[in-house]
Design a protein around this ligand. Structure first.
Ligand SMILES: [Zn+2]
Length: 106
């Protein structure tokens, strides 16, 4: 399915939404819950097309395209493409947290 990068006008909130049409992507987005339709922007995110059922690939594609994620561990640090990180399922961990996780598993 087509992927859309949806954000509010100010760019404070962004997400990838999968939908056939732009209007559909906007209505499916989280932004529509707290702002008017007219304040929501959607642009095509071809790098994420057809990844709706592949969360780890989607995360990787987003990182490759300038997104950052909050570490899923306790540190809550921002993880970007330039950092060392580990993707587990639909979660991303910074290097420190992924190392700690491995150690805890011993
Ligand atoms: Zn972390």
């Amino acid at each position: 399915m087509k992927a859309w990068q949806v954000q509010n006008k100010e760019g404070e909130m962004q997400q990838i939404v999968f939908a056939d049409k732009r209007s559909e992507a906007i209505y499916k987005s989280e932004a529509i819950g707290w702002t008017e339709y007219i304040n929501v922007r959607a642009k095509r995110a071809k790098y994420a097309d057809d990844l709706e059922n592949q969360p780890s690939k989607l995360i990787q594609a987003q990182l490759d395209n300038g997104w950052w994620y909050e570490c899923h561990g306790n540190c809550r640090s921002h993880v970007t493409e330039d950092d060392k990180y580990k993707i587990v399922g639909s979660s991303i961990y910074c290097e420190e947290c992924s190392t700690r996780e491995v150690n805890d598993g011993k």
